[in-house]
Structures are given as C-alpha cells and as structure tokens.
Design a protein around this ligand. Structure first.
Ligand code: NAP
Length: 482
C-alpha cells in the first residue's frame, strides 16, 4: 500500500514533510495552502525590519545549506526566497492547491481515511493528514474597549498594511515582543512621533549580525565545511540558551549580566530609560530578544515608552489608566499570536467522532507533539510542546519530518491505520509536564502557557534531546482493525 497524504500549510514544516515523503518514494501528496504562495509565516510577516533572530546558517534545512545568505541574521525577503528555491528544487508546488483553506477534517472508522473539507466547497480523502500550520500563524489582537472607535488605520504586525504611509505620522505601538523590537527601529526615523505601550519588558542581548560579503559567500560555496562550522557554532550557542533555562542557573545569571550591560550601555543617552526597560521577572521565562537597534531607537527624541496600562482606545488614540490620552494617527498591534490554540479554527474529528479541541479542553498534548490517541493517522508538525526556548525550530521540524517518514513507511507495510497507544501518550505527557512544572517558564505569563497556566508550547529540554528521543517505534502504536 502507498498511503495518500494531505499536508496543510507550506511553511518550513509543510515543505519539510513533503520533501521527506518524496525522498522516501511517497508521491501521492496533496498540499492545501490557504494563500497563493508557499512560505507560511515568512510569507505573511512583511513588516519593516522583519528578520530571523536565529542565524541563517542554522535557521535553514540541514540538507539544503545556502552559501548565499546575505547576512548572518537574514531578513524576511531572503528567507522567503530560500523557501521558494527549496520548493522549486524539490518540485513541491506541483502538489499544492493554492487558495485552499482547510475548514474541517474527519476520520472515518469504517474506511480508515480522513476526509478533509475545503473552503472551495470540495473535499479530499486521504490516508494520512499532516497539519503543518505552526504555532504562530494566527495574529492575536487583544479585546480592548473602544478599539473599533479609533479614527485612523490600525493593523497587526503580521498583517502590515503597506498602503498606510507612516511618514510624519504619530504612531502608537502596542506590545514589545520579538516583532515590535524589529519594526520599531525600522519605522522610527520616518514617523513624527511614536508611543510604545510596554506591558512587560523583554530582556535584550546584542545581535551579532554581519553582512556576508561576496568573498564570505564564495568561501561558504567552495568550502562547505566553513558553513557547517558556522551552523555548528550557532547550534551550540542556541542550545546553550536552553542549557541556561533548563539546567544551569549560573549560565542564566551570566546571560542576564550580559543583557544588563548591553541594555545599560544602549540606554545611557536617555535618563530614566534603563529603569523602564529593565525586566523584573526571571530571565528565560519569556523569549530573550536579540537586538542592537531597538533601545537606540527608544532613546530618540521622537519616541516615548509608556509603561502605564492601557484603559481604552478612543477615536483620538490610546487612553491609559491614569486618564491621559496619547494621541495617534495609526495604531500598530505588536501583540503576538494565538499560539496555544493548536489547529484552530479547523474542526478535527477523530475516531468515534471525537472532537480534537474538546480533547484538548485543558490544553493541547500529543506524543512528542505529533500524534494524538484516537486520531489515527493524524500527524502534527510544530505541535504541542515542541517549541524551543533557544534554538532553531527547523531543527525540530526536520526531526518530526523524519519521524513522519518512518511512520508512513510502517503504515505502508502494515496496510492499516496507526493509533498512538493512550497509555504511551499519557505517560509521555506526564513526564513532559512534570519537567515543565518547576521550569523557568512558570515564572511569568507568556504565549508559552494557556489560560489554565499549562505550558503547551515548549519542549522542556534541549533540541538534541528531542531529536534523539522522538524516534518512531511501532510498539507505541496500535494497528487499527477495520
Ligand atoms: P509576543 O512575543 O507574544 O509579544 C506580544 C507583545 O504584546 C508583548 O509585549 C505583550 O506583553 C504585548 N501585549 C499583548 N497583549 C497586550 C495587551 N492587551 N496590552 C498591552 N500589551 C499587550 O509576540 P511577537 O512579538 O509577535 O512574537 C511572537 C513570537 O513570534 C516570538 O516569540 C518568536 O517566537 C516569533 N517571532 C520570531 C521572530 C524571529 O526573529 N525569528 C520575529 C518575530 C516573531 P506581555 O509580555 O505583557 O504579554
């Protein structure tokens, strides 16, 4: 039997899944993509300054090194170009139905197949359903009183409205996460005035960015080992962050000291700024941010950092709880993503009509983030507890794609659907949640935790440990009798 597979999404996860399956001789693949191009978050996030904060030689597929990265920390257009090139090289587009959003999917116990319903009104029926929609694809805009009354344009960083000319405008920015700290310095020189509303300050460390010159690129090309060394070095540095958050208070303290020195140095020009931006929670609890241009932008005369809580949005701007109205022509939401709502808003029905979101009422969980009991042949990439507090998510995605390849090969050999054993998944989940229960990520609120406080996004240990532990074992699965 050669299983048929439907993959949802064409980000780094979806591409990795298709490439892996094709390499193993499985070509009956349909990829369902709501947009009209591949690229996932790197197609959607076009805000000024959008870039990756993991160095490109490591934030790329191990099997597709790119000697021509323009910078160490490449910007969004270069990353999207890379994804286009990879999709073309492996002939992925041939499988993709663009402009096709998945609305629902249900497993049929009688046939052992998934029926996937599409926004076009059609449906496809396959043996295996792979979700590669990621954790950070659905923008989150908080529900703040009066937001619809604002007189000017407003938009989320992931839905940047390039038709709005910010030149000479007064801009209100809500949020100070990874996205905001990239677009704030990019737009600061153009705007008349900017007020940034900070609820929780991020820890910042220097961004050791550099342009890769023509010579540098040639060296990478002619001596690929040099790029491997760069990749390996950044793998080590980013794993070091996970070591700090998970195992070593001393290393975490060292990173905090580096951050403090960096943030002190960069705020010297504006008295009182350091006190406003220096975080009070345990370092590592939220993602630390790599930036060497955010604080210098905050130190400019046309930028105000507001730490008072927002009370409401008015037609004229943003009113804080102390009654002041901060007038603005444009409001930009840098307020992140609905990270804990895995696979939403799709309706997913498994064996016996079980509803996935119902099963996940208290928080999403899956065996190594990939398979869920009673949802045979449903496979999730970048699923629950597979986010990294330090490294490159592509490293995790490759491990998951390899697992998928082994899974589909086994499925092909047994010729019947596979269902992860509930006790196997349950033991795994207890172990993971046990590790997370006294982790640094419990020390603040962040997108790593859901409304019940359960950490549903992060893997509790090192990337290397995920890669070595997340290996497909047939004994973990029941073969579903039909
Ligand atoms: P984020 O890290 O979740 O930051 C959202 C910001 O909005 C936080 O400062 C948050 O404050 C604030 N906020 C949310 N609701 C608010 C409210 N009601 N009032 C005031 N402030 C509010 O989102 P993000 O910056 O988009 O980044 C999300 C993730 O995307 C990152 O952690 C990263 O994994 C990924 N990303 C990666 C890159 C990259 O370089 N690879 C770039 C951008 C994004 P609190 O902290 O108080 O909640």
């Amino acid at each position: 039997m050669k299983p048929s597979v439907a993959v949802i999404g064409t980000g780094f996860g979806g591409l990795a899944a298709v490439i892996e399956l094709k390499k193993r001789g499985f070509h009956d693949i349909v990829v369902l993509e709501k947009a009209d191009d591949v690229g996932g978050v790197w197609r959607e996030n076009t805000y000024p300054g959008a870039a990756c904060d993991v160095p490109s030689p490591f934030y790329s597929y191990s099997f597709e090194p790119n000697p021509r990265w323009p910078r160490r920390f490449s910007q969004q257009p270069a990353i999207l170009d890379y994804m286009h090139d990879v999709a073309d090289k492996y002939d992925v587009r041939r499988h993709v139905r663009f402009g096709t959003e998945v609305t629902a999917a249900s497993y049929d116990d009688a046939t052992g197949k998934w029926t996937v319903e599409l926004s076009t009104g059609d449906a496809v029926t396959v043996d295996v359903l792979v979700s590669a929609v990621g954790q950070l694809s659905r923008p989150s805009v908080p529900d703040i009183e009066g937001m619809e009354s604002f007189a000017g344009p407003s938009f989320h960083s992931a839905e940047w409205d390039h038709d709005v000319d910010l030149t000479g405008k007064r801009v209100a920015v809500i949020g100070t996460g990874a996205s905001a700290i990239q677009f704030v310095p990019a737009i600061q020189p153009d705007v008349a005035q900017m007020t940034i509303f900070q609820r929780t300050a991020p820890y910042l460390v220097p961004r050791l960015d550099t342009e890769f010159s023509e010579t540098h690129q040639k060296v990478f090309e002619k001596a690929p080992v040099t790029q491997l060394v760069e990749r390996g070095t950044w793998y080590g540095v980013t794993e070091g962050l996970s070591v700090a958050w998970v195992y070593s208070k001393a290393l975490a303290a060292t990173i905090r000291a580096v951050s403090k020195a960096h943030m002190k140095r960069q705020t010297k020009a504006k008295p009182g700024l350091f006190e406003k931006v220096w975080p009070t929670y345990q370092i590592g609890c939220k993602r630390i941010l790599f930036s060497s241009d955010y604080l210098p932008a905050l130190a400019q005369d046309n930028v105000d950092l507001e730490t008072e809580r927002i009370a409401r949005i008015t037609p004229a701007g943003v009113e804080t709880v102390d009654g002041r109205v901060h007038e603005a022509d444009v409001v930009i939401w840098g307020t992140g993503f609905k990270a804990t709502e895995f696979l939403a808003p799709m309706s997913i029905k498994g064996s016996g009509g079980r509803d996935l979101h119902g099963e996940w009422r208290e928080g999403a969980h899956a065996y190594y983030g990939m398979t869920v009991p009673h949802f045979p042949n449903l496979f999730i990439l970048y699923g629950p507890n597979t986010n990294t507090g330090g490294g490159s998510i592509i490293y995790f995605l490759e491990a998951q794609a390899a697992y998928l390849g082994d899974y589909v090969e086994h499925l092909a050999s047994v010729g019947a659907p596979l269902d992860v054993r509930p006790e196997v998944e349950n033991d795994y989940d207890e172990r993971i949640q046990g590790q997370l229960s006294d982790s640094v990520w419990t020390q603040c609120s962040s997108w790593y935790r859901n409304e019940h406080g359960r950490i549903t996004t992060n893997w509790p240990a090192l990337g290397r440990q995920y890669k070595s532990q997340a290996k497909f074992a047939p004994a973990d699965y029941k073969v579903v009798a039909r």
